[in-house]
Design a protein around this ligand. Structure first.
Ligand code: IMP
Length: 423
């Protein structure tokens, strides 16, 4: 199985970092293909917690890691993340490659995002305010500055100069804010880029060569399918495509190379930011789950909203990603409930539906239809084989498989590396 993909099948934070860490042990190359430092992947190694935002989680396993062309990169964050990892004894030098085609997040992206979120008031998206959306806007508007431009100071100055002049007009005339100083931006970029220049290359070639040699390549998705700009709950989405299909453009590989697509799915549902969440729990129960599951954003520290497992959501993910398997995470967190409702369908305007509506107004009117499954009310953290799980936990996993129509390949029962079950 040379090429394996891990994508989020809900609204992000499914525990992809843990799943990638598990699979990366066998991989030669780990590749991120979209998003930026709005992502947050947490991995525990013993009592040490590692939180990744830009660098693929595979770095912890000593693998060659790629930041692909579909990403947007904040150089200051990349440098800091690499420095922090190195300071904690993780080998980074020689193990990172950054696509010359990836786009840079620049200071005006963050300023504009903040100003726009504030202007939207109650209609704010609830973004991470890392400048992700505005950086993708510039990419598509063909005024973006790319990582490869860092190698050519004249090109960099020209591109940043033109973009900054335009952005300053918007900052001043739309939002009444001060303009940005393009010379200063270029100077900072060049300073930040110095140690990173040797990492910059045509990463599509690196991925292709690895695949052509039959090496194992792991594609690490970020965020989740419901945050996909095309297939998620638009407009409450991120500005890239977390879908498996985006790997081809984001990493520069042809679709025929992708062998196995795994969707990470929490045993319940969480989301951060605004937008409908049909199975959302009342705050008293949500708090119980939030505390048990450590449900606070890795990137922003925000409290995650919590709901029961929604099979309508994950079924849509299975369809649009072509999922071969599900890695079910956080099953241990459900051990406190006598009864566990699972959303099997929605009621929309008096009708039962099992396809998630693409129209947000319709989606917001959907009421969950639940099926109750009996809980197991015990601690499953020490289970290492499927047979070790209580019968009701096994039934829960099997019922999810039936509802989503995809087999479960892994069950995660705790935050430590060995707290996983391979089915
Ligand atoms: P942005 O990606 O910062 O533009 O934020 C857009 C929406 O996506 C907001 O609701 C964010 O909270 C959400 N979001 C972006 N990345 C993640 C993630 O990795 N996990 C969970 N939510 C995310």
């Amino acid at each position: 199985m040379p090429a394996t993909v891990v994508v989020g099948s809900q609204w992000g934070d499914e525990g992809k970092g843990r799943v990638v860490d598990l699979l990366a042990a066998e991989a030669d190359l780990v590749v991120r293909y979209q998003g930026g430092n709005n992502a947050g992947h947490t991995v525990w190694v013993g009592e040490q917690r590692f939180a990744f935002h830009l660098i693929p989680t595979g770095i912890l396993r000593g693998k060659l890691c790629i930041l692909g062309a579909g990403m947007v990169i904040d150089l200051a964050v990349l440098r800091q993340e690499a420095a922090e990892l190195a300071a904690r004894g993780v080998a980074v030098e020689g193990r990172l490659r950054v696509s010359e085609n990836a786009h840079l997040i620049l200071p005006y992206h963050k300023l504009l995002e903040q100003a726009e979120e504030e202007r939207r008031g109650s209609k704010a998206i609830g973004t991470t305010r890392r400048g992700i959306g505005p950086a993708y806007e510039d990419k598509v508007a063909r005024r973006g500055v790319r990582v490869g431009d860092l190698r050519e100071p004249d090109t960099l100055a020209e591109k940043v100069g033109e973009a900054a002049a335009y952005k300053s007009l918007i900052l001043e005339r739309v939002y009444g804010l001060p303009p940005v100083d393009s010379a200063r931006i270029c100077q900072d970029l060049q300073e930040l880029a110095k140690p990173l220049l040797p990492w910059i290359c045509d990463t599509s070639r690196v991925v292709y060569d690895a695949l052509a040699k039959g090496q194992d390549v792991l594609f690490e998705g970020a965020h989740g399918t419901m945050l996909d700009v095309d297939w998620g709950t638009y407009p409450y989405v991120t500005s890239s495509n977390p879908l498996s299909g985006a790997i081809c453009a984001g990493a520069g590989v042809g679709p025929k190379w992708l062998d196995r697509i795994i969707g990470a799915a929490k045993a319940y549902t969480t989301r951060v930011g605004a937008g409908p969440l049909p199975t959302e729990l009342p705050e008293e129960v949500a708090k119980q789950m939030r505390d048990a599951g450590g449900e606070y954003g890795t990137t922003t520290g925000r409290e995650r909203r919590i709901g029961w497992f929604d099979a309508v959501v994950v079924s849509k993910s299975a369809r649009v990603n072509g999922l071969d398997a599900l890695a079910m995470t956080h099953l241990d967190v459900l051990g406190q409930f006598a009864e566990i409702p699972v959303c099997v369908a929605y009621e929309l305007d008096g009708e039962r539906i099992t396809d998630l509506p693409n129209d947000l107004r319709q989606f917001a009117r959907c009421e969950p239809i639940y099926e109750a499954s009996p809980g197991w009310e015990s601690d499953i953290a020490s289970a290492r084989r499927f047979a070790d799980l209580p019968a009701n936990a096994q039934r829960y996993v099997r019922r999810v498989e039936e509802l989503v129509g995809v087999r479960v390949s892994h069950v995660l029962v705790g935050r430590q590396r060995d707290q996983s079950i391979v089915l």
